[in-house]
Ligand binder design. Sequence first.
Ligand SMILES: *Cc1c(COP(=O)(O)O)cnc(C)c1O
Length: 403
Amino acid sequence: MIQKPYLKAFPDAKGYFGKFGGAFLPPELEEQFKKIEEAYLTIGNSHNFIRELRDIRKHYQGRPTPVYYARRLSEFIGGARIYLKREDLNHTGAHKLNHCMGEALLAKYLGKKKLIAETGAGQHGVALATAAAYFGLECEIHMGEVDIAKEHPNVVRMRVLGAKVVPVTFGAKTLKEAVDSAFVAYLKDPENSIYCIGSVVGPHPFPMMVRDFQSVVGIEAREQFFEMTGNLPDNLVACVGGGSNAMGLFSAFIDDPCEMYGVEPGGKGTKLGEHAASLTYGSEGILHGFNSIMLKNEAGEPAAVHSVASGLDYPSVGPEHAYLNSIARTKVGIANDAETIQAFYDLSHYEGIIPALESAHAVAFAMKLAKEKPYESILVNLSGRGDKDIDFVVANYKPEDYM
Ligand SMILES: *Cc1c(COP(=O)(O)O)cnc(C)c1O
């Protein structure tokens, strides 16, 4: 495959996208992350690794996922033509398995026995537990007690898949403490285990590795869209939590004349704590081992965040998004909770596709954009399916109010 000039140049050798990224690690972990980077650059680019990953994508994950023209939704809006890249049809129902299979395959080549990670809402935990089952590796997922109570179905899924869920009982007992707990567990046995990050965040090399493993989304979509329409899409739209599904799509189009919109969760208001729109309202800062744009409270610490989609409530964003936004190669879109719920129902009614609430943010923004750009095409990354969200949505937002 021909490497595009941008992808070759970014990140630089130290893991920076402009001033964003890097690896801010305790000394004990520096060496381990260096080893992961070296392994990725050699093994990850080897013929055998690439061939094995390609086979997994095809025969296990069910790739390529289709690109679909959402005709009824487009006609309902009466604006631009909206297309969906159907990551909801990827095995396990979301894009996350794309990088988990890559990370687990690297673990296999390195002779590791155990995958360790944290999870917030449980989506990364389920995807990693799936990959561990496929490769016959042990899997240990650290999860805050608060999240364990909230995300019961995903906890059950992880256990069914054979993963060990470790409850984290200190501090606020949510994602941040789960990260700390997972790092401690990893440090105890770095020879036999590997730490697997769930988005294009964390210290170098993870933002690069996860982007590259997710790039299959963009590579497929670019070819499929061109074959369907004879053109490239005018606009790309994807939701951004950490930013992995968005980078997966964007990376294949970065040297093309396409507008790219990363959609942030506007939540229920513009005050700190009411949203999780890091690029929209945040400032530069270091969190979880990398420099990026983050939401801070008055003490300069990571702020409390909110989104109706639990997969988007992260107070920072992948460094590559911070960079691409700073040079105006990407634009930031926003969709609030109310618009997202409306889009969740609209896509379900008009297309028979129930989106994940995360993905519904992208759909909601695309519907606004379609009215502004009536003669253009919009390709949305539908990052996941909404089965996991149905009970919550119906209990809080009655279907009859959204007909
Ligand atoms: C986790 C998740 C996201 C957010 O993660 P990114 O790294 O920003 O892509 C989006 N959609 C779905 C369905 C998810 O599970």
